[in-house]
Design a protein around this ligand. Structure first.
Ligand code: MV4
Length: 519
């Protein structure tokens, strides 16, 4: 063991996050015998993390800038309460090298990679250059900013149309333009530069080959403090809307064992090139020929980490804490293969059939699915207030089964059990997706969800807005009949005027209990 690495047991972790990921992290802490402390903003004072953590500390008012992003105050709090480490979760401070540096300077363990690794992967052109040098396949194209239209035109001819114009300082798709042919280059070039200047304060742009209808496949990696990096396999994340993932699964139907080995090797190469430790994810585009290209690396734990946990049996948050303590990765992680199939759907407080309009409010009724192979990573409970201040993701529903077909059946079953009332959620979208032949066959690409939504191909099921009413109706019909005749099961939801009236009475009773409307 290099003597620069010190092994230090973590006894208390300060969780610098909120919602489901704060709950996820405190669960790992509790199972490891580690004390958990959370911070919370004013609107989050009755949040699930506050109720479940060993300790909870107010950090400020609603705006993130004045609460969850107060790096110095958070490090100071960690010191005051005797926390050895800070877990940043995802979002907020998780990919800020400056925050990781603040922790290091204060002698607090940042549960994540080094500030140097975060910095190296933070810049698009910089990481692209590093990856090319390390031998990681990147999308064909230049690696230098194109200072004028002439250089851009020459580069485009070399690469071959269609090409993709990207902001050097960009990321997440901002300032990105597809250029189908030479005649569209001048206009797009000028527009992209001014857009890049406005968004990033840096107007440099560069060109890549445009990859048509690829999949978004990412590789989970884990690195220890001794330079060892392993791959834990892929996640299929093509089902996204406007760069917001909606459904993720592991493994990908498009990844053979041989391709998994190749992509895993590339991801390990990428991470090793920046001296990566802790959990991280390499994003790739996978084209129709089975060629893959490194896009970027996310230097944090990701929202969709549970699908990897379910197919590998590895608790990624516990693994993060162990490697942060200086524990080396064991030899059992050398050749991890996925077992079975896992699918995650993200439950957002949005109305998927009204343009994904935000739907804040009080969760009046919450019934989460249970039973074999079902996992809920939720940040809310019945009675929770969903505020407009933060990301609208309420919970993740993750299922596991022996194979993809069974996982789909299990997801369908779980979604049939799920009830959320008081606010709209994305659940009806998942029920609609399960009826889609392309989704069912795994025939996915990054544009699929947007295309299907635009074409109106995904529609709410006829009974989706009714919730439990058809079931209640059937039960009441049965009840009424067995009273009258003592016979037989219900034949239909609204058979007989007597049961029809009781149905409405029952619905009204539920309605008054909740003090809301069920229409
Ligand atoms: C691309 C691409 C096609 N060809 N680059 C979007 C976000 C940014 N990180 C990279 N992105 C893309 N880069 C080339 N040369 C298509 C996308 C892309 C995308 C990538 C991953 C996940 C979702 C996406 C949705 C639209 C476009």
């Amino acid at each position: 063991m290099p003597d620069t690495v010190t092994r230090k047991r973590i006894r208390k972790v300060l969780i610098a996050n909120r919602g489901e990921i704060a709950v996820r992290i405190l669960r790992a802490c509790r199972e490891m015998g580690i004390v958990s402390a959370v911070i919370y903003s004013e609107p989050d004072r009755l949040g699930l993390p506050v109720l479940l953590a060993d300790e909870a500390y107010p950090i400020g008012p609603a705006p993130s800038r004045e609460s969850y992003l107060r790096g110095e105050a958070i490090v100071e709090l960690a010191r005051e309460i005797g926390a050895d480490a800070i877990h940043p979760g995802y979002g907020f401070l998780s990919e800020r090298a400056g925050f990781a540096r603040l922790c290091r300077d204060a002698g607090i363990t940042f549960i994540g990679p080094s500030p140097e690794a975060i910095d190296a992967m933070g810049s698009k052109v910089e990481s692209r250059r590093l990856m090319m040098a390390a031998g990681v396949p990147v999308v064909p194209g230049g690696k230098d900013p194109l200072p004028d239209l002439e250089s851009a035109a020459a580069a485009a001819e070399t690469i071959g149309y269609p090409v993709m114009l990207k902001a050097a300082a960009g990321g997440g798709g901002k300032g990105m333009r597809m250029i189908p042919n030479a005649s569209e280059l001048p206009g797009s070039y000028r527009a992209a530069r001014s857009e890049a200047a406005a968004s990033f304060g840096d107007d440099s742009v560069y060109l890549e080959k445009y990859i048509e209808q690829p999949r978004h496949v990412e590789i989970q990696v884990l690195g220890d403090a001794y330079g060892r990096v392993v791959s834990l396999g892929e996640r299929e994340c093509s089902l996204q809307r406007r760069h917001q993932k909606v459904v993720e699964e592991a493994p990908s139907v498009a990844v053979s064992p041989e391709l998994r080995r190749q992509m895993g090797e590339a991801a390990v190469l990428a991470a090793s090139a920046v001296g990566y430790s802790n959990a991280g994810t390499c994003e790739f585009l996978l084209d129709k020929n089975g060629d893959f290209f490194f896009l970027e690396m996310n230097t944090r734990l990701q929202v969709e980490h549970p699908v990897t946990e379910l197919v590998t049996g590895i608790d990624l948050v516990q693994a993060q804490i162990r490697v942060a303590e200086g524990e080396p990765l064991g030899p059992e992680l050398d050749d991890v293969q996925p077992r079975g199939h896992a699918i995650e759907v993200r439950l957002y407080a949005e109305d998927p059939f009204r343009g994904f309009a935000p739907s804040p409010g009080r969760i009046e009724l919450l019934r989460l699915p249970e039973g074999p192979g079902v996992r809920n990573d939720s940040g809310v409970y019945e009675g929770s207030e969903v505020s407009i201040h933060y990301d609208p993701m309420l919970a993740k529903l993750i299922v596991w089964a022996e194979d993809r077909q069974r996982a789909l059946a299990r997801l369908e079953r779980a979604l049939a059990e799920l009830r959320v009332e008081g606010i709209q959620t994305t659940a009806p979208l998942f029920r609609a997706l399960l009826a889609d032949p392309d989704f069912r066959s795994g025939n996915l690409d990054i544009g699929m969800l947007d295309r299907k939504l635009a074409a109106g191909e995904l529609k709410p099921a006829a009974d989706d807005a009714l919730g439990d009413l058809p079931l209640i109706a059937a039960a009441l019909a049965h009840h009424g009949r067995s009273h009258q005749t003592g016979a037989g099961p219900a034949s239909g939801a609204m058979s007989g005027s007597g049961s029809h009236r009781s149905l409405w009475k029952e619905a009204g009773r539920r309605d008054s209990l909740r003090g809301g409307s069920w229409s």
